[in-house]
Design a protein around this ligand. Structure first.
Ligand code: FAD
Length: 441
């Protein structure tokens, strides 16, 4: 029976022809071969947390929920091989027990590891890259049903492409991560005037292991988050359970959700509510195991677009947004989030070859966002911004080719590995073009 698939934000839906739930590599390979025999496309599903229709398929969907957990781990080297359907939440818990951790994480832990790396999911830190930079080796089932392995020394081109492969090159079956000894992060969060933050942005990014800030578009303050690693052996001093519940569950989810519903119902209230949210930002200092500081629970649903821009253009981009967002016809309920990352060498990484600042904009679900997102796309486009592959954007292959120096190399590998477009879907057709052999560059 056909079942409908919908993503977390409800911005993408699809009706797969069928859903396979393989439980080992041979069953994954057989699912791909079966799709080839039947002339259908095939796509692995993560946990549906991309805002784009990147995972959507009308062919065979592969649900990897039953292919989860750590396969092997070497605490001495930090190398850990993980089944591709493992969620970050499960991975963090299993790494905890081994005395290991991911060096950097994004805001939530609901994603699968394979979904997260395939779209270039990242956290923040000027000396660190996104999750895919922590990958040492990959195993994939290719379009012809064979199993391939790649690393920096084994099929290095495939490795450079497949770490952020958009699900276009094969079904990842296993991911070897280089983890670090588990560590405690000291979190310091408080509101500061946005002008001061922008004036010291380089210093703040460089002086903190993980620096980010949120800015409500009609407020003058930014919520600045400085997360820094404590020496090995430090004891965590987390928030008490009552305070944790009050701040994260009550204020950030229930009360903020209520304000959003109010603003959506009575639009003239959005600006004052936005300023109220900005001034109510809480100050807190605590420390905890790294993944408990990096990730939080997000219940209020929203739509999001995020672009990576060269870090030196951040000031210019934010100044432009500050001037133009208040003039939009429809008000904005959610804050802008700013993070940083080090340059890396992955072909379709948004931070490929340049130290980057990530600017993410959001709007409460059900409120108009097109005018805002279009404005944003034109502002970041002027400085060569690259869209997060899992967040809303309208760019196509022709434009993206001008923003990624190794774009044609990626397309060449895709055409070699999947000439028939077995893993194709409408999103990939838009951002990569049709899968067919292209001349080597
Ligand atoms: C509330 C929220 C918070 C977020 N926070 C952040 C953040 O802090 N930082 C950030 O960068 N992003 C963030 N994101 C975006 C999110 O991390 C990415 O969109 C991520 O890809 C979602 O992972 P998923 O498991 O849900 O994958 P899906 O969205 O289900 O799939 C993503 C892609 O991965 C492919 N895929 C899945 N499994 C495999 C496999 N085994 N082999 C090959 N391809 C595969 C799919 O086919 C698809 O192309 C957030 C999203 C939400 C909704």
């Amino acid at each position: 029976m056909r079942t409908q698939w919908t993503n977390w934000a409800g911005t993408a839906t699809a009706t797969p022809h069928s859903v396979a739930a393989p439980r080992d590599v041979e069953e994954i390979a057989e699912t791909v071969r079966g799709a080839e025999r039947d002339g259908r496309t095939v796509r692995p599903l993560g946990s549906g947390h991309s805002f784009t229709d990147i995972a959507a398929t009308s062919g065979v969907a592969i649900d990897l929920t039953g292919w989860s957990g750590i396969i092997e781990a070497d605490p001495a080297s930090g190398l850990v091989t993980v089944r591709s359907g493992t969620t970050l939440r499960r991975l963090n818990a299993e790494l905890d027990r081994l005395g290991l951790a991911m060096a950097n994480l994004g805001d939530i832990d609901a994603q699968t590891l394979s979904g997260a790396i395939s779209t270039g999911t990242h956290g923040t830190g000027s000396r660190l890259g996104g999750l895919a930079t922590q990958v040492e080796a990959l195993e994939l089932v290719l379009a012809d049903g064979t199993v391939a392995r790649c690393s920096a020394t084994e099929r290095p081109d495939l490795f450079a492409a497949a770490r952020i492969g958009l699900g276009a090159l094969g079904v990842i079956t296993a991911i070897t991560l280089r983890c670090v000894p588990s560590f405690v992060l000291a979190a310091d969060e408080h509101a500061e005037p946005l002008d001061g933050v922008l004036a010291r942005i380089d210093e703040l990014a460089e002086d903190n292991d993980h620096f980010e800030f949120y800015w409500f578009p009609y407020g003058r303050n930014a919520l600045v988050k400085r997360n820094n690693r404590l020496p090995a052996g430090s004891e965590p001093k987390p928030l008490g359970p009552m305070r944790h519940y009050f701040e994260y569950e009550v204020m950030e989810n229930k009360v903020f959700g209520l304000l959003c519903r109010l603003g959506r119902a009575v639009r003239p209230l959005v600006r004052p509510l936005n300023r109220l949210s900005s001034s109510a930002l809480s100050t807190r200092s605590y420390s905890d195991h790294s993944h408990r500081v990096f990730t939080t629970n997000r219940q209020v649903r929203f739509v999001e677009s995020e672009f990576a821009v060269p870090r030196e253009t951040l000031h210019e981009v934010l100044s432009e947004l500050r001037a133009r967002v208040p003039r939009l016809r429809e008000p904005v309920m959610f804050p802008v989030e700013v993070r940083v990352a080090a340059a890396d060498d992955i072909w379709l990484s948004t931070a490929h070859g340049r130290d980057s600042a990530y600017i993410a904009i959001h709007q409460y679900l059900g409120m108009p966002y097109r005018e805002y997102f279009d404005l944003f796309e034109s502002v970041v486009g002027a400085v060569g911004g690259r869209p997060h592959w899992g967040k809303l954007h309208t760019l196509d292959a022709a434009t993206l080719a001008t923003r990624y120096p190794r774009f044609e190399d990626f397309r060449r590998i895709r055409a070699e590995l999947d000439p028939a477009g077995r893993f194709a879907n409408p999103y990939l057709e838009r951002v990569l073009g049709p899968s067919r052999p292209v001349s080597s560059s």
